[in-house]
Write a protein that binds this ligand. Structure first.
Ligand code: AHR
Length: 618
């Protein structure tokens, strides 16, 4: 393998090359990165046709002691449903409540993770015609043991009143629940009950451990919020950003009918922009362009969607005195967000109204925001697009063999015209299982091909990113979690091999090996942690034989490779189909070792079915 380090044959990789795609799928957001512990906090959840449903809230007590229903008496106009709880027993008279107290509980998203010593803020809205004495507690899964408790006592809540309590847990329990109980007769209405850990990622409401996994990939962009989630099975269930902003208690929430679950939309458009900023990643905002899986708006009626798109950009980056910029400012972010990329729809190119709707939105956006980069759903990798675009979206889900050979997909693509955004790629099907080594190796080969073609491929992201094990709608996914634990699949760790590539210098690398199972690339990059420059050579061996290679680096222009400080990292495992799991999260992990044989000329062994990175200090 020969690496020519001369500047003349080198090229800069786009700053944006590797990023992440976050979709609200598999409870990635609600019950995932959004740290809200209560599921269905406004009692509004339902199916596509049932607007109200208190699931997963349950009742503590029996028919003789408590009666629970919903009505439309909430003080919030956009989500009118409230829970009405009539307590029939009373600890002060003969009709003593059966369990001492009766009420309701919420198990969160398959159990709340409550940790000893940590604080949780519970906020709720309450109304009653009499006095109230309500216990707010975090308990074990059966309500037998209180981990933290506080009382809300008030003599006058005849108008809806907001209450807040801070609970500090005395014990850890991964499978906790939130209870609202009382032993006082009367009628109480509850609405918008929230429980949030006080400690969240950068204080912005995100679950620390999951977002840290995202941050560790050093993503240069984040595409959000979908995927099919943006489209909806039907337009009435699509993601419409205006319904997801403003005070959380006023958001209506919606049923995502593609992935079939309710979200309270605590993780809304604003929060996605905030997350992008917190990760130092460019936001890539995918919005609905009047097309869902089953229905679509005719181009002659598309103006409300055009306006919605324009308003979304004003919300993100408009002056704090503008109509929508002021809404953002009121949410605590007067500075504009750095929104430069928008995608019009998702996988809609073949749909009847796509081009018509697209062109109308494209023209309006470019007129108002000439610098905004617009991504089309139509694949321009083999044929020229018949409409204007800055990028075209390219999705690929396939077998391992096919993915590995796709390393050459863009070799023959025209070098002029819009750039490629490979916004969804993954090995799927039997080669992938729920996240195999085989899948990761094939994907690494594909990404090396993208690095080599990064003169025209400017952005790439794996899909999907997250899965909550309790609601697996798509296989495989890069990060697997439940309420308390998580792990990265081999495809997650594979991406870390590419985390330094965006913005790095790509060197001319020639592989003179008699094997079509090998692919390699080299970059020079500056590590901001130690301010040193490194030459990183990545070699993917998709084959079942180990390979002896001689590596030669020349044209170092006065620099030399230093033994001390150089290292080698390998991702492989005993079996090709090995996976990580909650029980064995570290089965397939990259292993890093120092490389004291580092030199301009080195003899190396590349293991079968492996990804190897030589990190050479120069
Ligand atoms: O990543 C999962 C789904 O795959 C996305 O929602 C969609 O864009 C694609 O079909």
């Amino acid at each position: 393998l020969v690496v020519n380090a001369s500047e003349a044959s080198a090229r800069q990789i786009p700053d944006t090359l590797f990023g992440i795609f976050f979709e609200e799928i598999n409870h990635a957001g609600a019950g995932g990165i959004w740290a809200e512990l209560v599921s269905n906090r406004g009692f509004e959840a339902g199916g596509p046709n049932t607007p109200s449903n208190i699931y997963p809230w349950s009742i503590i007590g029996d028919e003789s002691s408590i009666s629970v229903s919903t009505d439309r008496s909430s003080c919030f106009d956009r989500n009118k449903v409230a829970l009405r709880m009539e307590v029939l027993c009373d600890s002060r008279d003969n009709n003593v409540c059966p369990t001492g107290e009766v009420g309701i509980y919420n198990p969160g998203f398959w159990g709340m993770n409550i940790e000893e010593g940590k604080a949780y803020k519970v906020t709720l809205f309450v109304r009653s015609l009499g006095e109230i004495d309500v216990s707010v507690s975090l308990t074990d899964s059966r309500g037998l043991k209180k981990l933290a408790t506080a009382s809300i006592i008030s003599s006058d809540v005849s108008n809806w009143s907001k209450m807040e309590v801070l609970l500090t847990a005395t014990e850890t329990n991964y499978n906790s629940r939130l209870q609202l109980t009382t032993s006082k007769k009367g009628v109480i209405w509850f609405d918008q009950v929230s429980a949030m850990p006080v400690e969240t990622y950068k204080g912005h409401g995100f679950r620390n451990d999951l977002v840290q996994m995202m941050a560790d990939l050093k993503p240069r962009f984040i595409r959000f919020p979908g995927g099919c989630f943006v489209e909806g099975e039907w337009l009435r269930n699509a993601f419409r950003w205006k319904e997801t902003i403003g005070p959380w208690e006023q958001r209506p929430g919606h049923f995502g009918d593609v992935w079939m679950y309710w979200t309270d939309d605590g993780l809304g458009y604003f929060e996605f922009l905030q997350l992008a900023e917190d990760l130092g990643a460019a936001p890539v905002w995918v919005f609905n362009n009047g097309i869902s899986h089953q229905d679509q708006v005719d181009t002659s009626n598309i103006s409300p969607f055009v306006q919605e798109a324009l308003d979304s950009i004003e919300f993100a980056r408009g002056d704090p005195n503008s109509t929508w910029g002021s809404v953002r400012a009121a949410m605590g972010h007067p500075q504009p967000f750095d929104l430069k990329y928008v995608a019009l729809g998702n996988e809609d190119c073949g749909k009847k109204n796509y081009r018509g709707n697209y062109v109308k939105i494209y023209n309006a956006l470019k007129r108002a925001y000439p610098d905004i980069k617009i991504i089309s759903n139509c694949d321009g990798s083999s044929v020229k697009l018949d409409h204007p675009a800055d990028y075209y979206d390219f999705h690929i889900y396939t077998s391992a063999n096919q993915m590995f050979s796709m390393a050459h997909k863009f070799d023959k693509t025209s070098r002029t015209g819009p750039k490629a955004f490979v916004s969804e790629y993954a090995v799927t099907g039997s080669d992938a299982g729920t996240g195999s080594l085989l899948a990761a190796i094939a994907e690494a080969g594909f990404l090396i091909g993208l690095e080599k073609n990064s003169d025209i491929v400017e952005m790439a992201s794996y899909a999907p990113l997250f899965v909550n094990t309790n609601d697996r709608r798509w296989n495989p996914d890069a990060i697997v979690f439940n309420s308390s634990h998580l792990y990265g699949t081999p495809s997650y760790w594979m991406q870390q091999f590419f985390a330094a590539s965006s913005g790095a210098t790509l060197l001319d690398t020639t592989l003179d090996a008699n094997s079509s199972s090998l692919i390699a690339s080299s970059i020079v990059w500056k590590n901001a942690d130690d301010n040193n420059y490194y030459l990183r050579i990545k070699i993917v061996n998709f084959g079942s034989n180990k390979v002896n290679l001689k590596i030669s680096v020349y044209n170092l222009n006065g620099y030399s490779i230093r033994k001390s400080g150089s290292s080698q990292t390998v991702l492989t495992s005993a079996n090709l189909m090995d996976e990580n799991s909650l029980n064995n999260p570290k089965k397939v992990l990259p292993l890093k070792a120092s490389l004291n044989t580092a030199a301009e000329n080195m003899d190396v062994v590349i293991l079968s079915h492996s990804i190897t990175s030589f990190e050479l200090l120069i």
